[in-house]
Unconditional design. Structure first.
Lengths: 421, 276
């Protein structure tokens, strides 16, 4: 992707950055979609009298000859081949730009490819407040090409805003980093179970699980595994107090939103130098079941509650298993169904799918009073439950027997608070 | 402080739900079977009851049956992994407020509980006119929270459909129900929208009958569905003149999501069909 600032116009965009990002994201996405591998996409900004003009060029197949530009930007009109999703993108661009008193259009380029361009009146945008002239450039085009010799990092990026996710991922990848983007904290935690990342960017506010909560879990897991990823918080609450607060929550750096790519690059460079000093992560000693970590996320990261639940489960389950065995012996179909149902409920809390399926089978057999195969299913269920119990015991032991030096920041904070009282 | 009763025979589930709700500042009591729950409900006014279906002594459905005709009926959310139409429909007949499918996470639980507690206690209930798996007919008050409730319920009846179909039909139904409640019923909870859901082997059909006088399509200048072909943005201007937020794409999108969308003459009844 080439960025071509043909002038240094003042683009007063402070109040419109989000909208503009979406317009550019849409145009860039389109351009990339119609580009073949190795092709160029060029973004340019120009001064045009009383207007500011921006364009995105691609080297794709060009526009369908029978379509007028106005039709291109209508709802649900898609190019003929390789068309994208709902046909909504250009329509959005058009309504947005026109609401600002501008216009958008497109044309096939003389040799190959197409250009989508829009212009905004200077007067209209000036009224909304000034912003640094290069704001737009950094918003769309990314930083200077990646600094040679810098090490490429594995970056996990969690943000619920699709446009930011797409654009930032694109920019970071362009700088040579490996990026995995997800929409919330729990997805980030799942990704961490699969893969190692050097740097983790977490938006503070995301649905399902926010950045702070995810950071807690990450730090706690790291305390066990003896690793340390560089955590960056992205936040709309960008006061000094908030920064301090987020650092206390376990983040290494804080980046205010909306952020400029330069800001992020600076932090990444700083991260690169500290990361070289940190140890290569060990594999967790015991295979802590993904299910348990997932469950911890699902109950809001409350470890105390999780440990309580594990204790209750370990207390109640053997009683139920014994009762189930007796019911099988008595051939009491109703009781079998009812106990199997109860077991199904509790094992599914711990996301133990195999145990859940066996319990379901047994419940069905009980409800249908078909007890001939029940003993075999019971045996399989018992085995699955034994595995789960072992796993849970291991987890409980591990969390209780943490050496003092690796006690998580969260716990330290809590004890600190208590002392103050 | 708001008081919630959690009823489940599984101690781990009770503990989890209780732990999550307490964290959000609710007072929580628990019961481990239907009989104990009924006793607790008769003794104390709960703001909300979270109810498991399969429990010893008295099932959740049994409890709902015993509660019909009680002077004070608390709002009830059924937590269940049992998604058979019979259970769902019986629960709906028992005036259940909403369904929560097990297993669930803290966020979902909290969201549903908060929603349930924030709707006015005097909101008229959803009436069940027909509760057969292939023909569900409901009379719902014109109140916004109804949309999520009805949809969460109907979604459970549609779990056998491919996800893409479910999503599209869900979108279309939601849009139409919102229109019926907002434009037809003017958000007056004493007015009702009649919803029919009819499922055959080859199609899924919804019919919505709103209490309003209908509308003329020509008057919907603010909706994209009405734009002339050569001016796909005409409605935007109309919206700006009327001071409406940008949008107006609902009906147009709805039309794209289903196979048939037909109105009666007055346009206060609409049928949508998706062929399966």
């Amino acid at each position: 992707m080439t960025c071509r600032p043909t002038a240094s116009p003042s683009w007063p965009l402070a109040s419109k950055t989000a909208g503009l990002r979406r317009v550019f994201t849409n145009l860039l996405e389109n351009a990339l979609r119609y580009s073949s591998e190795g092709g160029n996409v060029t973004v340019g900004l120009q001064c045009d009298g009383e207007f500011r003009k921006a364009f995105v060029d691609d080297e794709g197949p060009g526009l369908p000859p029978d379509l007028r530009p106005a039709q291109m930007c209508a709802l649900f009109s898609k190019g003929k081949e390789g068309g994208g999703k709902a046909g909504f993108g250009l329509y959005f661009c058009r309504t947005t730009v026109e609401r600002w008193g501008g216009s958008i259009s497109c044309a096939s380029l003389p040799e190959m490819g197409s250009r989508f361009y829009f212009r905004l009146p200077k007067a209209a945008v000036h009224a909304e407040g000034e912003a640094p002239p290069d704001e737009l450039l950094s918003a769309v085009a990314g930083p200077r090409p990646a600094v040679k010799g810098r090490r490429a990092m594995r970056i996990l990026f969690a943000d619920d805003q699709e446009d930011i996710r797409t654009l930032t991922t694109h920019q970071l990848e362009r700088s040579g980093h490996h990026v995995h983007a997800v929409c919330n904290g729990s997805e980030a935690l799942s990704a961490l179970l699969q893969e190692h990342f050097d740097v983790i960017l977490l938006d503070e506010e995301m649905p399902a699980m926010g950045g702070v909560q995810a950071a807690h879990t990450i730090r706690e897991n790291e305390a066990r595994a003896g690793s340390h990823a560089f955590l960056i918080a992205l936040t709309g609450n960008n006061t000094e107090d908030d920064r301090a607060r987020l650092r206390r929550e376990g983040f290494d750096a804080v980046l205010g939103k909306p952020f400029r790519l330069e800001g992020l690059v600076e932090i990444l460079e700083a991260a690169g130098s500290t990361l070289a000093l940190t140890s290569v992560p060990k594999k967790p000693a015991a295979a802590i079941s993904a299910g348990i970590d997932d469950l911890l996320g699902r109950i809001g990261g409350d470890k105390k509650l999780l440990n309580k639940m594990i204790r209750t489960f370990l207390r109640d389950t053997p009683i139920r298993i014994a009762a189930l065995q007796k019911a099988l012996h008595r051939k009491d179909a109703d009781e079998i169904a009812s106990l199997a149902h109860a077991l199904k409920g509790s094992v599914s809390i711990f996301l133990a799918q195999h145990a859940r399926d066996r319990a379901q089978e047994l419940e069905d057999l009980g409800r249908k009073s078909e007890l001939s195969g029940a003993t075999a299913v019971y045996a399989a269920l018992k085995e699955e439950i034994a595995k789960l119990e072992e796993n849970l015991r291991g987890y409980a032991k591990q969390t209780q027997a943490q050496p003092r030096s690796t006690v998580s920041k969260q716990t330290q904070r809590l004890t600190g608070k208590r002392k103050k009282k | 402080m708001l008081h919630i009763l959690v009823t489940d025979d599984d101690a781990t589930t009770r503990q989890m739900v209780r732990g999550i709700l307490k964290k959000h500042g609710y007072t929580v009591s628990t019961a481990s079977d239907g009989v104990a729950a009924l006793k607790a409900i008769r003794k104390k006014k709960f703001d909300l009851v979270l109810l498991d279906i399969w429990m010893p002594k008295m099932t959740g459905l049994g409890l709902l049956g015993s509660l019909t005709g009680e002077a004070h009926m608390p709002k009830i959310i059924v937590m269940t992994s049992d998604k058979t139409p019979e259970t769902l429909l019986n629960a709906l007949r028992g005036r259940v407020y909403q369904f929560l499918t097990k297993p669930f996470d803290a966020e979902t639980l909290h969201g549903i509980v908060e929603n349930a507690l924030s709707t006015h206690p005097a909101t008229p209930p959803i009436e069940v006119l027909s509760a057969k798996p292939h023909w569900v007919e409901l009379l719902v008050p014109c109140e916004r929270s109804v949309v999520n409730r009805v949809q969460s319920f109907l979604n459970l009846l549609e779990t056998d459909l491919p996800p893409g179909v479910m999503e599209k039909v869900g979108y279309a139904f939601r849009e139409l129900l919102n229109n019926a409640i907002e434009w037809g019923g003017h958000l007056d909870p004493n007015l009702k929208v009649r919803i029919s859901y009819i499922r055959t082997n080859k199609m899924l059909m919804y019919r919505l009958d709103d209490p309003g006088p209908g509308f003329k399509l020509e008057e919907l200048k603010h909706a994209a569905i009405n734009n002339p072909e050569d001016d796909p943005l005409a409605h935007e201007q109309a919206r700006e003149e009327k001071g409406l937020r940008p949008g107006g794409l609902g009906l147009l999108l709805t039309k794209q999501m289903v196979d048939e969308l037909v109105y009666n003459e007055a346009r206060n009844e609409v049928v949508l069909i998706k062929y399966l």
